[in-house]
Design a protein around this ligand. Structure first.
Ligand SMILES: Cc1ncc(COP(=O)(O)O)c(C=O)c1O
Length: 382
């Protein structure tokens, strides 16, 4: 069998044609033609007024936090379990990340935990649509409105997801997407910031290009960033975006196929899809129940022995060496994040994953569970 990849894109002749056009014609007066088309159409699709493409999603978050005026002494709440990029911009701005617990149902931030962490210093809350799952946006939006704290939606992993009929990317004052090479829509590296507020949009556009105003040539008013996208990168994103239904469909089908093949296994949870919502299923994740008494790294090691790659569920951010001493403070107040993260793994989800490979992966998981059953004297398979 060919090697199984964790992640990877689905590029067709359509993308190649459009990228070729950008290469041949996207210069001079067309230097940003695909950037503009992609930004505009991506925003419209998500029912947002403005789209701003960035070199990646990390920079999109940094841009928005800067535009919101986050600075030294401020606190920004974000969930424990996410990729470090969600919170990196907070540290760039010398503000303090405050880690909240996650919801055991959807593995996203828990609004009850957020509420307990709000102080007069809280200047923003970042929700993450983890692996395509959606948090309780009703409760979270009410909470943010009540405290007048801007909500940011990190929808980097959630293209194609919806919450009660509303697309991921429409929550809060702004949302961000990633087009990293591992994402459902890819530009290799790339990101997008979506906004509805004109002033915020103008500020972000100003910050994105060395603090100059529109049509102001070489007149810089502040020292800001250079977070401009490249037209060829945007052309690839635009072409992929035109195939969004197929790309999200592929991911959703992978989740469905994993669910079917693993359906007889007891006490495991895969990405939830609550009624009235759609899970874009960027990656399929499994959380093993406590009855297995298994830790994620042991599971990953055992699967690797039979050529199945897997990745750990995100570590709680406060447990990372990048945030020294944070664990002591947060582990006791965020026990769900610490517990779920210790038992979760992500399964392969590349676009070239075959059905045979998926069978191999699921049979491998069953083998692992059988070994575990023998050891524990339990039966986890119907
Ligand atoms: C939840 C989340 N936020 C932010 C990012 C950052 O995206 P990028 O790699 O495009 O900067 C990622 C990327 O993996 C992510 O998964």
């Amino acid at each position: 069998m060919k090697p199984i990849h964790m992640a990877g894109p689905w590029i067709t002749d359509h993308e190649i044609k459009i990228v070729e056009d950008a290469m041949r014609n996207g210069w001079y007066e067309n230097s940003y033609n695909y950037v503009e088309k992609f930004q505009h159409e991506f925003a419209v699709y998500h029912d947002r007024k403005y789209g701003i493409m960035t070199p990646n999603c990390t920079t999109a978050i940094h841009l928005l936090l800067t535009a919101l005026g986050i600075s030294e002494g401020d606190e920004v709440i974000l969930p424990e379990c996410t990729w470090i990029a969600t919170g990196a911009g907070i540290t760039y701005l010398k503000a303090t990340p405050i880690f909240c617990d996650i919801d055991p149902e959807n593995w996203c931030l828990n609004p009850n935990s957020v509420e307990k962490l709000i102080t007069p210093k809280t200047k923003a809350i970042i929700a993450v649509d983890l692996f395509g799952n959606m948090p309780n946006y009703d409760q979270l939006s009410r909470l943010c409105a009540h405290h007048q704290i801007p909500l940011i939606e990190d929808s980097a992993e959630a293209v194609g997801s919806t919450y009660k009929g509303v697309k991921a990317g429409k929550f809060g004052v702004g949302s961000v997407f990633s087009f990293h090479r591992t994402k459902t829509i890819t530009t290799g590296e790339g990101g997008m910031l979506l906004l509805d507020d004109e002033k915020l949009y103008d500020r972000c556009m100003f910050l994105r290009d060395h603090g100059r105003k529109k049509d102001a040539m070489y007149l810089n008013y502040e020292v800001t960033y250079k977070y401009m996208p490249f037209n060829v990168q945007a052309a690839l994103g635009y072409a992929q975006f035109q195939r969004i239904d197929a790309l999200v469909g592929l991911k959703r089908n992978q989740l469905k196929m994993y669910r079917e093949r693993l359906s007889e296994i007891k006490d495991i949870s895969l990405n939830p899809e609550p009624e009235g919502g759609i899970n874009g299923a960027w990656i399929t994740s499994i959380v093993f129940g406590k009855s297995y008494n298994l830790k994620k790294l042991d599971i990953i090691k055992k699967l690797a022995e039979i050529d199945i790659p897997a990745r750990p569920f995100f570590y709680p951010l406060s447990s990372l060496p990048a945030y020294p001493r944070a664990r002591v403070k947060y582990e006791p107040i965020n026990p769900v994040a610490y517990d779920i993260s210790s038992r979760g793994i992500n399964l392969p989800g590349s676009a070239i994953l075959t059905e045979d490979q998926m069978d191999w992966i699921c049979n491998g998981i069953k083998k692992l569970i059988n070994t575990c059953n023998l050891k524990l004297g339990k039966n986890h398979i119907d």
